[in-house]
Design a protein around this ligand. Structure first.
Ligand SMILES: C[S@@+](CC[C@H](N)C(=O)[O-])C[C@H]1O[C@@H](n2cnc3c(N)ncnc32)[C@H](O)[C@@H]1O
Length: 254
């Protein structure tokens, strides 16, 4: 396996219990089946709302909120994540919710378990690209499994938010926007508020144009983009007000 991804997988295996507990406190996973607007933003609604009866793949599914919300809307959902433990939480919660979702352990740069042109919609984002060393292969795989005219929806944490020093009361660059990484860290198992530890972690700072170009190179026509969101979470640790929170790119497979 790609050594960066192998290290990141180990960290996510270790982080999974804490991630699950955080989502247990928030409780959205229980309610999003009935109310998918708890998961999908108004800005992406037009592209996800019509998913009843569609085959949907969620890549880097993590908390599985998107997978649960799609399943609640009547889609046939496949949830893909590199972490066995993350998937195990998803499997347990899907069973509690009475949802029939297919869970697959795979790296997003190798979706060989999924056939060419087999999905109507591929959804990914919410901090997945940052863990992936090759955006071209990742989005290329996403497009490969999409049927003609299928939708590729990326709703990622906005690249402009990743650049800043933590703990400062004014914005101070920690990274040059054009540095993609890999940035290596030795952290503990807390992904939200990491401390020093022994788990290696490799992050990648893809730019807006990297993401757009990877979608185009994958063989999709971009039909919509948006930048939205104003919320600044405590975990972000910098005064990010005024910077967009999300970058939405919607492609259509041609
Ligand atoms: C922050 S979560 C993003 C998903 C969701 N928005 C969430 O908040 O849980 C990141 C997820 O991406 C997964 N991941 C990281 N690298 C991956 C890769 N190369 N292939 C597939 N999944 C990956 C991790 O295991 C983790 O579950």
């Amino acid at each position: 396996m790609n050594p960066f991804h192998e290290a990141n997988q180990h960290r996510w295996e270790a982080a999974s219990t804490g991630w699950a507990a955080m989502h247990e406190r928030r409780g959205t996973w229980r309610n999003c089946v009935q109310d998918p607007t708890l998961v999908f933003a108004a800005e992406e609604w037009d592209y996800v709302a019509n998913s009843h009866g569609k085959k949907v793949a969620v890549l880097g599914s993590g908390d599985n909120l998107a997978a649960f919300a799609f399943a609640g809307m009547g889609a046939e959902v496949t949830s893909v994540d590199i972490s066995h433990n993350q998937l195990a939480v998803g499997i347990e919660r899907a069973a509690k919710l009475g949802l029939n979702i297919s869970f697959i352990q795979a790296d997003v740069i190798d979706l060989s378990d999924l056939g060419d042109r087999s999905f109507d919609l591929v959804y990914t984002g919410g901090h997945v690209a940052v863990w992936v060393s090759d955006l071209g292969i990742y989005y290329g795989e996403a497009a490969r499994i999409l049927r003609n005219n299928g939708l590729f929806i990326i709703n990622e944490y906005h690249p402009f938010r990743r650049l800043w020093k933590q703990g400062s009361d004014r914005l101070e660059l920690a990274y040059d926007y054009y540095q993609r990484g890999p940035f290596s860290f030795a952290y503990n198992d807390n992904v939200l508020e990491p401390q020093e530890g022994t788990l290696m972690s490799y992050e990648f700072h893809w730019t807006v144009s990297d993401m757009i170009n990877a979608v185009l190179s994958a063989g999709c026509k971009i039909i919509h983009t948006d930048e939205f969101g104003t919320h600044v979470g405590d975990w972000e640790g910098a005064p990010l007000q005024g910077l967009p929170e999300n970058l939405l790119i919607v492609g259509r497979r041609v």
